[in-house]
Write a protein that binds this ligand. Structure first.
Ligand SMILES: [Zn+2]
Length: 449
C-alpha cells in the first residue's frame, strides 16, 4: 500500500484534508522557489516587447537550448550544427527506449513525470526543478490575466482517484485543501445518481475559478441544464486542461457557469504552450518553444502535425519532438484584437475527446484511462472497447515484461476508474490498427451517446 492509499483508507476525512493541504503547500513551495519569481516578472513584462524583440529573444533561447543539449545529452552529442534543421526528429518511442541517453540529469535529481501517452503506452520524462518553476511561471502569468492567483478559491476536477468506497455511500466526492482554498473533486463519479451531491458541494464551496478535465465537467453541466439549474456564485473563469474543447462543450459550460471557458495547450511531457487570450484567440507562446507545422511529406505547412522544441525541458531535451498533435495556423495577416504579436492557432486536434462509461454511469475520459499504464511495465499500446455498460475488452500489445503481476497492477488501476464490478477482458494481440484518419484511438465506445 502506498502512503497515499494509507492516508485515503485509514485516516478520517478531516485528517485527510489536513494531509492534502500540507502536501499541496509543500508542492507549491517547491514550484515557487528558485527562478520562479524572476521568471514571473520576465513573462509579465514580455507582453510589452515588440515583435522583433520577441523574435530575437526566441532565437537567443533556442540557440542556448540547442547548445546545452549537444553539450549535456549523450543522445544529442553527435549533432554538430546549431540550427534546428540540423537536429533529428525525436519520436515518442525514442524517449521511451533511450531516456538514459537523452536525459541530462539523474532520476534522483529530477522531478519524475510519468505520463500515459495518448497511444496507450507509458512514458517517463525527467524535469529539472528550474524547468518546473519556469513552466509554472508561464502558466501562472497566463492565469493571472484572468485575475487568478494562488489562494483564490478554486474547484479542481482532476483525474486523480481521491476517494474510497465509504465516500460513495456518504455522497462525498471531494477533498479540501483549506490552506490554499482548493476543493479537489473526483472526476470518476460524476453521474445522474451522484449529480445532487456534486452540485451541492460545488455551490456550497462557491469557487472563483474551476480547473478541469472538460469532458467530465461538461457532463455535470449538461445534467444541470437538464434540471434548469444555472450556477449562482462568483465564478470568474473556467480553465480547461488536458484535451481539445468542443464547441458544444464550451457553449454548455459557459451557459451553466456564467463565466468564460479559457483554453490552453500543454502536455505533461513538457511541450511548449498555447494560451487563450482575453479576446478568445489561441496564441503560441514563442518564448516557451518552437512549433514546426509539417505536412505528410514532412515539409513546412500551415496545417498538419507538429514538431515541438520546448525550452523548459533541460532534464529531458525535447527537440523537434513528434508529439502526434495537429494544429492549423491562422493566416499571416491575421491580427488579434488583443494586440499581441504572438502567432495565432485556429485549431488544435489530437487530444482525444473519447470516453468510456463506468459501472455507475460516470464518463471516464481517455486521459484518465491512459494513466492506468503509469508504473506498469511491458505495455506497448492498448485499446479499450466498450459495448456493454458492465464489460470492457482491452486489446493489448505487450512485451514479455507484462507478466501476471503487471497485469494485476493494470487491471486494478482500471477497476479504480471504471468500478469494481466492471468485467475486464484482456486480449493480447500482435498489433492494433489505426483509424482511417491515421489517428490512434485508445478508447472506442459503441454504447455511449
Ligand atoms: Zn489575442
Amino acid at each position: 500500500m502506498t502512503a497515499q492509499e494509507i492516508i485515503q483508507q485509514i485516516l478520517p476525512m478531516p485528517i485527510q484534508n489536513i494531509a492534502i493541504s500540507l502536501y499541496n503547500t509543500n508542492l507549491y513551495r517547491k514550484r515557487h522557489a528558485g527562478i520562479y519569481a524572476s521568471m514571473r516578472e520576465f513573462y509579465e513584462n514580455c507582453s510589452r516587447l515588440s515583435a522583433s524583440e520577441i523574435h530575437a529573444e526566441q532565437q537567443r533561447k533556442l540557440a542556448a537550448f540547442l547548445k546545452y543539449a549537444t553539450e549535456s545529452s549523450a543522445w544529442y552529442a553527435p549533432c554538430k550544427g546549431l540550427e534546428l534543421k540540423d537536429f533529428p526528429i525525436l519520436e515518442k518511442r525514442d524517449v521511451m527506449e533511450n531516456l538514459d541517453r537523452i536525459a541530462t540529469i539523474k532520476e534522483s535529481q529530477a522531478i519524475v513525470n510519468l505520463t500515459g501517452g495518448t497511444t496507450g503506452s507509458s512514458m517517463k520524462v525527467l524535469y529539472t526543478h528550474a524547468d518546473m518553476q519556469e513552466r509554472f511561471a508561464l502558466i501562472d502569468t497566463f492565469r493571472a490575466t484572468y485575475g487568478y492567483s494562488l489562494g483564490k478559491r478554486v474547484a479542481w476536477f482532476s483525474g486523480k482517484n481521491l476517494i474510497q468506497e465509504r465516500d460513495l455511500t456518504r455522497g462525498t466526492f471531494f477533498r479540501d485543501d483549506h490552506i490554499n482554498h482548493i476543493r479537489f473533486f473526483s472526476t470518476f463519479h460524476i453521474s445522474e445518481k451522484n449529480f445532487d451531491a456534486y452540485w451541492r458541494a460545488l455551490t456550497e464551496f462557491d469557487p472563483e475559478y474551476i480547473v478541469g478535465i472538460t469532458t467530465c465537467v461538461y457532463d455535470l453541466c449538461r445534467m444541470a441544464l437538464e434540471r434548469n439549474l444555472e450556477f449562482k456564485g462568483h465564478l470568474k473563469a473556467y480553465f480547461s486542461t488536458a484535451e481539445t474543447v468542443l464547441d458544444v462543450q464550451k457553449e454548455v459550460l459557459e451557459k451553466t457557469f456564467g463565466c468564460p471557458l479559457v483554453d490552453q495547450y500543454a502536455s505533461s511531457e513538457g511541450a511548449p504552450f498555447i494560451f487563450q487570450c482575453l479576446h478568445g484567440s489561441m496564441h503560441i507562446h514563442p518564448l516557451s518553444g518552437i512549433f514546426e507545422v509539417i505536412d505528410e511529406n514532412m515539409r513546412p505547412a500551415r496545417e498538419g502535425e507538429i514538431l515541438v522544441t520546448s525550452f523548459t525541458t533541460h532534464g529531458t531535451p525535447l527537440i523537434r519532438y513528434r508529439i502526434k498533435d495537429r494544429i492549423r495556423l491562422a493566416p499571416d495577416d491575421f491580427a488579434c484584437s488583443c494586440g499581441s504579436c504572438f502567432p495565432v492557432v485556429e485549431h488544435i486536434d489530437g487530444r482525444s475527446t473519447d470516453f468510456v462509461l463506468s459501472v455507475d454511469g460516470g464518463r471516464i475520459a481517455s486521459g484518465n484511462i491512459s494513466n492506468c499504464t503509469k508504473g506498469v511495465e511491458g505495455i506497448q499500446c492498448f485499446q479499450l472497447l466498450q459495448e456493454r455498460h458492465d464489460e470492457v475488452t482491452v486489446k493489448m500489445v505487450c512485451s514479455n515484461r507484462f507478466d501476471t503481476l503487471q497485469e494485476a497492477k493494470f487491471t486494478n488501476a482500471l477497476h479504480q476508474r471504471l468500478g469494481a464490478d466492471m468485467k475486464i477482458v484482456i486480449v493480447r494481440v500482435p498489433e492494433i490498427p489505426r483509424e482511417r484518419s491515421g489517428k490512434f484511438r485508445i478508447l472506442k465506445n459503441s454504447m455511449a451517446i
